[in-house]
Design a protein around this ligand. Structure first.
Ligand code: PLP
Length: 430
């Protein structure tokens, strides 16, 4: 915690004098060390980290196997870029291909979520020779210009940034809790497809649409899980019109939701799958995966990167993916996630200000409401602050900041999860 004499405060004061303050930081603590489910600050305080650096350290902070892989690779080769091939790139691509659904067999490695979404969009435009995109209300895809254009979770992220890439049309995401028919999820999905029809009839011909770009679970937009029928219907519609389906699993991938991919719960296969965050335990790496039959039409050099697929990041990814598989972390996420959600739903029964507890696996959202049932950022701010006072880090999300998201490491122990629930029990009291 920050006190007037703390080292935390000293560093934060220095930060103000040299760091671009557009970077918004959640907690006024300066992290020095991470281990498993915990972060330690420069004053030696210990925090239970239910944020995992926004869904990144799925295997916990500094997993020993990842640390060792990084150490070993750093002593061998740190960088070559595209001037040569290197074996860790190839091994990482082989591994991602083996984990990817269905016929996805062609991997491109990038550095960040936004970058892999950009790559996916470029590929879709190239192979279809069409300009348009259809995105969904509440989505978040990143901070670059194309990704800002595709992002509708908050205006704040793209306000004053016009002109943004054109030919992007937005359909409603089936957000059942905030819909007009919360008791009828299928009617909410029907409405989404009715609105896509409106887009096709009145805004852009489907023949001009290169791709649907969609998160299987809204992340930044509020941890919204759509009804299971949504993505299969979207797949069908995409096939009818020769539109690529880009599924953005940057936040939901790598075991987070209880399966390797959120789409594995419903068996939908995209044309292009994007992934990042949980891929390499915190080293900068991302990927988009498609089918060779598509990517082989894309001439060499049409897309590229200097740093993407860096050997050290790849070594970390290989170790991290191995840990996820061998320690059966997706299964753990499913079991523990269900247990936590059951407990939180029970808690919500005597908390009228908790509107909904939802999620899949260890991607859990708690939506807060005011006394009129409207989204309550005030409650979320109170809970985030309360958690910090109990040395626990949690993040918010949602279009109005009305959702507390829990994204613990998939390695979190039962007793740590219990501790998190106890803190939430306290800080959500009226
Ligand atoms: C679904 C999704 N796509 C893309 C991104 C952008 O990733 P990055 O911040 O690594 O560019 C994010 C980041 O939160 C995300 O959640």
């Amino acid at each position: 915690m920050v006190t007037t004499k703390s080292k935390n405060k000293e560093f934060i004061d220095r930060d103000k004098h040299c760091v671009n303050q557009v970077l918004s930081r959640l907690a006024p603590i300066v992290a020095e060390r991470g281990e498993g489910s915990y972060l330690y600050d420069v004053d030696g305080n210990k925090y239970l980290d239910m944020t995992t650096g926004i869904g990144v350290t799925n295997v916990g902070h500094c997993h020993p196997r990842v640390v060792e892989a990084i150490r070993e690779q750093a002593s061998q080769l740190i960088h070559t870029s595209v001037t040569t091939y290197h074996r860790k790139y190839i091994e990482t691509a082989e591994k991602i291909k083996s984990l990817s659904p269905g016929k996805l067999d062609s991997v491109f490695l990038a550095n960040s979520g936004a970058e892999c979404v950009e790559g996916a969009v470029k590929l879709a435009k190239y192979v279809t020779n069409r300009p348009g995109m259809i995105n969904f209300l509440g989505s978040f895809h990143g901070r670059t210009h194309m990704c800002m254009a595709l992002t509708t979770s908050k205006l704040y992220y793209k306000d004053m940034m016009e002109p943004l890439p054109p030919a992007i049309y937005t359909a409603p995401f089936p957000y059942v809790f905030r819909s007009n028919t919360p008791d009828n999820p299928e009617a909410v999905v029907d409405e989404t497809f009715r609105q896509i029809d409106v887009l096709f009839n009145q805004f852009i011909s489907p023949k001009q649409v290169a791709a649907f770009v969609v998160e299987p679970i809204l992340g930044e937009g509020g941890y919204v899980v759509p009804p299971d029928s949504f993505l299969p219907r979207l797949r069908k519609l995409a096939d009818q019109h020769g539109i690529m389906l880009i599924i953005d699993e940057v936040q939901s991938g790598f075991g987070r939701t209880g399966k390797m991919w959120a789409i594995d719960h419903i068996g939908v296969e995209p044309d292009i799958l994007t992934m990042a965050k949980g891929i390499a335990a915190g080293m900068p790496l991302a990927a988009f995966v498609s089918r060779k039959e598509l990517t082989d039409t894309w001439p060499a050099g049409r897309h590229g990167t200097t740093f993407g697929g860096n050997p050290v990041a790849c070594a970390a990814a290989l170790a991290s993916m191995q840990v996820i598989e061998e320690e059966k972390l997706a299964e753990r996420a499913e079991k523990l996630g269900n247990e936590m959600m059951t407990r939180l739903k029970k808690l919500a029964e005597d908390r009228p200000h908790i509107g909904e507890v939802r999620g899949r696996g260890l991607m859990i959202g708690i939506e807060f409401c005011d006394k009129d049932g409207k989204p309550s950022k005030e409650w979320v701010d109170k809970v985030v602050k309360g958690c910090l006072e109990h040395n626990m880090l949690v993040l918010s999300c949602g279009q109005a900041g009305q959702v507390v998201r829990l994204i613990p490491p998939l390695t979190i122990s039962d007793s740590e999860a219990e501790k998190a629930l106890e803190i939430l029990e306290i800080v959500t009291r009226a």
